[in-house]
Design a protein around this ligand. Structure first.
Ligand SMILES: Nc1nc2c(ncn2[C@@H]2O[C@H](COP(=O)(O)OP(=O)(O)O)[C@@H](O)[C@H]2O)c(=O)[nH]1
Ligand SMILES: [Mg+2]
Length: 250
């Protein structure tokens, strides 16, 4: 597990990494946050905004700001993420929420790590910068989940954050099936079952812009708990043939 000490690796002004990178941005009514998120996409990377029937003009704003817009009729965080992954064409695919709580420029060191062949999946550990950035119940739930994940997979992660990077083809080959709130957890569980090296970087977490669709509501939280419990209850998938991997975070 790594905590970056090189602050200058961050920010859109730094060397953007010579690789093809698509950033998948699940979006449900994020008109207010979109401009701030899209202006932080590192130069040369492509933004894929996955719109799930927003009614606030998010899709038009994203298009006007130069993003490619993918439409996904089926509601759900996982449905949006997976539609983005399926539509992506780059070697590396990143994921970032579209609510301005996370900075896509923080993905630069993640991508470097994947390109260097040092990790197969890199996750951002959310570090709140202010009181209220992360509701207490969401934070506690996430910590409990990290413990359950450790028991199930051996991975010692602190968070199951939405800021991520991995290679596109192996990600698709994980065959993720959850299309709701279990998707981020299923990605990590299946990656662990396949012997992927999973790394974690600290990233600042800011109060979101606009209203929460998932953990900021009781219904969203309840659904997330149900979806994630289902993922953890699934028996491990038979491991596919992979080259020997060393240095997994276990
Ligand atoms: N496309 C799509 N995006 C969603 C859906 N639910 C949530 N999102 C997006 O997923 C991201 C995370 O949702 P958010 O409301 O911030 O969840 P929270 O961080 O748990 O409060 C945001 O960018 C949302 O717009 C959905 O059903 N479809
Ligand atoms: Mg959020």
């Amino acid at each position: 597990m790594t905590t970056p000490s090189d602050e200058d690796e961050r920010g859109p002004g730094s060397d953007p990494v010579a690789a093809s990178v698509d950033v998948v941005l699940p979006c449900l009514d994020e008109a207010e946050a979109l401009p701030r998120v899209l202006e932080r996409i590192p130069p040369g990377w492509r933004a894929l905004v996955v719109d799930n029937g927003s009614t606030d003009g998010s899709a038009d704003i994203a298009r006007r700001l130069g993003a490619r817009v993918v439409h996904e009729a089926r509601r759900g965080f996982g449905a949006a993420c997976h539609a983005g992954l399926t539509a992506a064409t780059a070697d590396i695919v990143c994921f970032c929420d579209c609510d301005a709580s996370l900075d896509p420029a923080d993905l630069v060191p993640f991508v470097r790590r994947v390109l260097a062949g040092e990790a197969d999946l890199v996750l951002g550990r959310r570090r709140p910068r202010s009181f209220g950035a992360w509701p207490a119940h969401a934070r506690a739930g996430n910590l409990a989940l990290a413990r359950l994940l450790r028991r199930r997979t051996g991975l010692r992660l602190h968070d199951l954050g939405p800021l991520r990077a991995a290679r596109r083809e192996p990600l698709l080959a994980l065959g993720l099936t959850d299309r709701r709130s279990g998707y981020p957890l299923e990605m990590v569980v299946r990656a662990a079952d396949e012997g992927w090296r999973v790394a974690e970087y600290d990233v600042p977490y800011l109060p979101r812009t606009g209203a929460s669709k998932v953990t900021g509501t009781w219904r969203g939280t309840w659904q997330a708990v149900r979806d994630m419990s289902r993922v953890l209850a699934e028996p491990p998938m038979p491991r596919t043939e992979l080259p020997a991997l060393e240095g997994a975070v276990r």
